[in-house]
Design a protein around this ligand. Structure first.
Ligand code: ZN
Length: 309
């Protein structure tokens, strides 16, 4: 039986503990999902299961992955992932399906996951897609290791985040989202899709100080004078300094921020990272609460191209 009180982060940290015991001193920084998959039936998280078969690719449109119990043999489960996806994306998908296996297999015998699954994955008030993503994120990017790799966070650049993404073998976007959860700085991550704001995520200290990107309407475009709006700059991994008020209306005129930019090859998608100067916390703004939770399409990775400014 799946334990309904087991949280994604506890499940991931327990799995990492088992992996550390298994690997000993040779534990790789990129979590070995194959070892975990084979190990799980022998652990308390795999009760009643004999085997999780090796993941296999499937070529179905809008499909990201699935976890399926063998109808002929309930002690056997299988994982499928999108064929032709990047290795980083496949890894996230497989980790996501392992999350369903540990957290949710008592609820269903079949999980079909697409890249919009977060809105369709409700089960008795639980968002099982979000939980599986949270498990994958914690498993592939352990917080303690991430903070150690980040080092002095005042020196963070997209070069460093890109290096850490390669170390963890995750997509650049997935790593940036995890950085927002990890950082003590005031940081905001923005994803532009086809020239319009798709989502913004703020770090804990950005939330506390009510630093948020101005949004005048639902189809927000980059602000004039920013790197994000400058079509001649595709990549800026070292960042440039500008007035924080250009981005965040509530920031004082003297406040600065550092803007970084990463464009994907097709230029339809751009990631902006803003690192703001420190500020004193303000009263909690409840309106932020719903905006801080990553969804499945954000978490599933995208290819990582690099062209520096
Ligand atoms: Zn799923």
């Amino acid at each position: 039986m799946t334990d309904a009180t087991l949280t994604p982060s506890i499940a991931a940290s327990t799995a990492l503990k088992w992996l550390r015991l298994w690997h000993g001193a040779t534990m790789p920084e990129a979590t070995d999902l194959d070892v975990l998959r084979q190990m799980l039936p022998e652990t308390p998280y795999g009760k009643g299961v004999r085997e999780i078969k090796a993941p296999r690719p499937l070529d179905i449109s809008s499909f990201e992955g699935s976890l399926v119990r063998n109808p002929e043999d309930p002690t056997e489960w299988g994982i499928f992932y999108k064929e032709h996806a990047t290795p980083e994306r496949s890894r996230f998908t497989i980790a996501h399906e392992l999350g369903h296996f540990i957290l949710h297999r008592a609820l269903q015998s079949r999980f079909e996951c697409d890249n919009g699954g977060v809105t369709s994955g409700q089960f008795d008030g639980r968002n099982i897609e979000r939980e599986a993503n949270e498990f994958a994120s914690n498993l592939l990017m352990p917080m303690d290791l991430l903070r150690r790799l980040l080092g002095d966070q005042r020196k963070v650049t997209l070069h460093l985040l890109s290096d850490i993404a390669r170390t963890f073998e995750v997509s650049f976007e997935a790593l940036c989202l995890r950085f927002i959860e990890a950082t003590d700085q005031r940081a905001i991550l923005i994803h532009w899709d086809q020239g319009f704001l798709k989502y913004q995520r703020a770090s804990r200290n950005a939330l506390k100080t009510r630093a948020r990107v101005r949004q005048s309407d639902s189809a927000q475009e980059p602000f004039a004078g920013t790197l994000a709006a400058d079509a001649s700059v595709l990549q800026c991994f070292d960042g440039v300094e500008c007035s924080a008020a250009i981005w965040c209306a509530e920031e004082g005129a003297h406040m600065k921020l550092r803007e970084f930019k990463h464009s994907y090859t097709d230029r339809d998608r751009v990631i902006t990272l803003l690192l703001l100067e420190g500020a004193e916390p303000r009263d909690w703004d409840e309106s932020w609460k719903d905006e801080h939770v990553p969804d499945a399409s954000d978490q599933f990775g995208i290819s990582d191209q690099r062209f520096y400014c």
